[in-house]
Design a protein around this ligand. Structure first.
Ligand SMILES: Cc1cc2nc3c(=O)[nH]c(=O)nc-3n(C[C@H](O)[C@H](O)[C@H](O)COP(=O)(O)OP(=O)(O)OC[C@H]3O[C@@H](n4cnc5c(N)ncnc54)[C@H](O)[C@@H]3O)c2cc1C
Length: 743
């Protein structure tokens, strides 16, 4: 543990590393995102200039020959060869350059052409900029958005002759020449500004002895004839505060109103300055000296750990669900060593599990590997394993025979299904909690349709085509709507011996209305929307037994071969591990700061905790509640570690409840606003996409939804797995907790 005085001191200076981190993040973001984009824009702009010129010459060959013979002859080439070579470079070189293929070579050829034009034909600032910008790519290569970059990795390991050697040469060229080039570019731009202001441009145009205009873009540099740009140019030359200086000069050139000689070179000034602003002045600069000093003080600038993990407090987080991940993410910049343990190597987005179960999405769309989420955070390690015990006296958790010590423990182990004490129903009525549950439900659903095609017995076929869902909360409603739609629209031409649209979908709810945590009017709308889809809604109906032939509801047997459970959940055994007080659903009763009474450094959050922090009422079992709990506990731990006062007691902020009914209706209850129908559906889609973890998953889900929305076809109607996975999620099925709304 850190000494309290040292902790207090580091708290007072806490803003400094924060500022440094922020600058590093901003600069890296600029280099990684804007940098490649600007490189590409410059390549395309330059390529377009040469390509158009090449096309015009190819279309008017006599003119091309005339130019090669009279306007810019090359002494060592006859005009015909020169014209051919010029057009070839302009057309082929520009295409390669724009695509970023053999970029250095293409840029070199185009730069040679630009030099011939500048010195044999017309002296213009634009020609000089072409050369300067093209050499940027000769020295540094094409950047991230290019074919070169795409192919380089594979090419280095192929048998293509000289591939590896060429790539090595390119890397060396960048290493050795890029610093020199950056220095020359800075000096060149700064000298042009100084020369323009000092009157060299006039001297040159008056036929003075020193033809500065042939070497420096002095004509256009006249735009900077004001004190501030002059200072910026001087800073640029020194490489001092280069990025802000380049930005100010960009601002100056974009606001200049002067239209006259050199105006066509302004966009190129802008490009060259943008390169300086994005990539910095290079190592031969004052900025680099300052950076080296800063790196010694703040090692994170050099991509190294900002502090040693040896003597910092250890935070162990069990569970990489919504709560655990939020807590770990909020501790990535704190002086603590975080260990995240989960029995799966992925974070699961449970709200969309029903879409995997009904073939709308693939499991990979809603699961994100946890390890990848913390790749960039040196103080977070991820362990794959199942926690089976906690020893609060020794401050250890037990995981697969290992002991993991902690100073702070966060239990975020979620919940499982509950069968109201009837665990014998589990094999016949699986619930949805894990990926395996969803693929098992999918297998059962699709197998029922397949078997209905095989059987000759109409009674068996009817039972196979009856799907019964127990529980009218959000999951039950969503499952019923999705199954009805799959049967009605998703398979219309797939079977020969029955019409899938005739399948019965029955939703059984024990209470008097669906979605009991939503406003009553929305429950009514939900029922109407489901009935419109053909779902039979049975309210005030108690399930009395379930077996392989069907379900007994209010004394009546319904023959259904596929029964799904969406009725209740029970907390993980965290309370038992700690020997702590729990409610009938097994949730650990926590204090106002979410710590376990008597164990101030042990916290329980999310579905596994009972916190009366929703204006005195229990916090609901929802993803946002778990996330808010995770964030809050991270704040408590940070405050403790940094010697600050603890934050005020946890207060859950309810963001609203959402549930979807098929592909065009949903209900949304925000308290003061209640929505239903299409608008609510779009809102539901946007919220779920926003909450999904990982860009890849967001894009993939969006594409899947879009495709299914337009075609009614889902690409994941696969029957996988076997009967072994039928018994699902019933480890902790002693007590029940009804699911609250969904947000
Ligand atoms: C089908 C379904 C649909 C839902 N729909 C919605 C919705 O639309 N909107 C909404 O807001 N909420 C919804 N919820 C509820 C929401 O998913 C939960 O409230 C939320 O996941 C709780 O987060 P958590 O961090 O407490 O637990 P979880 O997200 O469940 O995470 C618990 C983690 O702990 C791990 N774990 C458990 N035990 C151990 C152990 N012993 N060792 C190691 N790791 C362990 C698990 O693998 C898991 O990764 C839905 C839930 C389900 C099941």
């Amino acid at each position: 543990m850190t000494h309290p005085h040292a902790a207090k001191l580091s708290y007072r200076l806490a803003w400094l590393p924060g500022l440094v981190n922020l600058s590093v993040v901003a600069l890296r973001f600029l280099e990684r995102s804007a940098g490649p984009l600007v490189d590409l824009l410059i390549r395309v702009t330059l390529a377009q200039v040469f390509f158009v010129s090449g096309v015009l010459k190819a279309a008017n060959w006599d003119n091309a020959l005339y130019l090669a013979a009279n306007e810019y002859p090359v002494s060592w080439l006859n005009p015909v060869s020169a014209a051919w070579l010029g057009v070839l470079i302009e057309l082929l070189g520009s295409v390669l350059f724009a695509a970023g293929l053999a970029t250095r070579l293409a840029a070199l050829a185009l730069a040679a052409l630009a030099l011939v034009i500048q010195y044999n034909y017309q002296t213009l600032d634009t020609h000089l900029f072409w050369v300067a910008l093209l050499f940027w790519f000769v020295v540094r290569g094409a950047g991230a958005l290019s074919l070169d970059q795409l192919l380089a990795r594979g090419l280095a390991r192929t048998a293509v002759p000289f591939a590896a050697a060429t790539l090595g040469l390119c890397t060396d060229a960048t290493r050795w020449l890029a610093p020199l080039y950056a220095l020359l570019l800075r000096l060149w731009l700064a000298l042009a500004v100084l020369a323009a202001v000092a009157g060299f441009a006039i001297a040159a145009s008056n036929g003075g002895t020193m033809d500065v205009a042939a070497l420096l873009p002095v004509t256009s540099a006249a735009a900077f004839a004001a004190p501030l740009p002059l200072i910026c140019a001087a800073l640029l030359a020194l490489g001092c505060a280069t990025r802000p200086a380049a930005l100010l000069l960009m601002l100056a050139i974009s606001t200049v109103r002067m239209l006259g000689a050199g105006v066509e070179a302004y966009p190129y000034w802008f490009m060259a300055l943008a390169l300086m602003a994005l990539w910095g002045p290079g190592p031969l600069s004052l900025d680099a000296l300052v950076e080296r000093a800063l790196r010694r003080r703040f090692p994170q600038l050099a991509g190294q750990p900002a502090f040693s993990l040896d003597d910092v407090p250890r935070v162990v987080i069990v569970g990489a669900g919504f709560g655990g991940l939020a807590c770990a993410a909020a501790l990535t910049r704190a002086r603590v060593a975080v260990t995240v343990i989960d029995r799966h190597n992925y974070h699961l987005f449970q709200p969309l599990l029903y879409q995997v179960a009904t073939s709308g999405l693939s499991p990979g769309d809603i699961a994100t590997p946890v390890r990848g989420l913390f790749r960039e955070h040196f103080n977070v390690r991820v362990l794959f394993g199942e926690v089976t015990r906690v020893d609060p006296v020794r401050q250890e958790v037990r995981m697969d025979g290992q002991r993991i010590a902690y100073d702070y423990l966060v239990l975020a182990t979620g919940a499982a299904h509950s069968y109201f004490g009837r665990d014998d129903w589990a094999p016949y009525a699986p619930g949805l909690k894990r990926v395996e549950d969803a693929t098992d439900v999918r297998r059962r659903l699709l197998t029922a349709f397949e078997q209905a095609e095989v059987t000759d017995d109409p009674v068996e076929q009817a039972s196979l085509l009856t799907f019964l869902i127990v529980g009218g909360g959000p999951t039950g409603v969503e499952l019923a709507g999705a199954i009805a739609e799959l049967a009605k629209f998703g398979m219309e031409k797939d079977f020969r011996r029955f019409d899938p649209a005739a399948a019965r979908v029955i939703l059984v709810q024990a209470g008097p209305r669906l979605l009991p945590t939503f406003a009553e009017a929305l429950s009514q709308r939900t029922r109407q929307a489901l009935e419109k889809l053909g779902v039979e809604v049975l309210l005030d109906s108690r399930v009395e037994s379930i077996d392989d032939s069907g379900v007994m509801v209010n004394g009546r047997t319904i023959a259904a071969r596929t029964v799904l459970w969406a009725a209740g959940v029970v907390a993980s055994p965290a309370a038992k591990w700690l020997g702590a007080d729990a409610d009938p659903a097994g949730r650990v009763k926590v204090g106002p700061d979410l710590s376990v009474p008597g164990l101030p450094t042990v916290f329980a959050i999310g579905d596994t905790a009972l916190a009366n922090a929703w204006n005195g009422a229990p916090v609901p079992g929802l993803a946002p509640a778990a996330k808010q709990g995770g964030d809050y506990v991270a704040q408590v731990i940070r405050a403790h570690v940094e010697g600050r006062p603890a934050p005020a007691a946890f207060q859950y902020q309810h963001l609203g409840s959402l549930a979807t009914i098929g592909r065009k209706a949903a209900v949304a209850d925000f308290g003061f606003v209640k929505l239903h129908g299409g608008l609510a559906w779009w809102l539901w889609g946007a919220v779920h996409l926003g909450f999904l973890v990982g860009l890849r998953n967001r894009i993939s889900v969006m594409l899947d939804w879009f495709w299914a929305y337009l075609t009614y076809r889902s690409g994941t109607r696969l029957i996988t797995g076997g009967a072994g996975s039928q018994k699902t999620g019933q480890r902790h099925a002693a007590n029940t907790l009804p699911r609250q709304g969904a947000a």
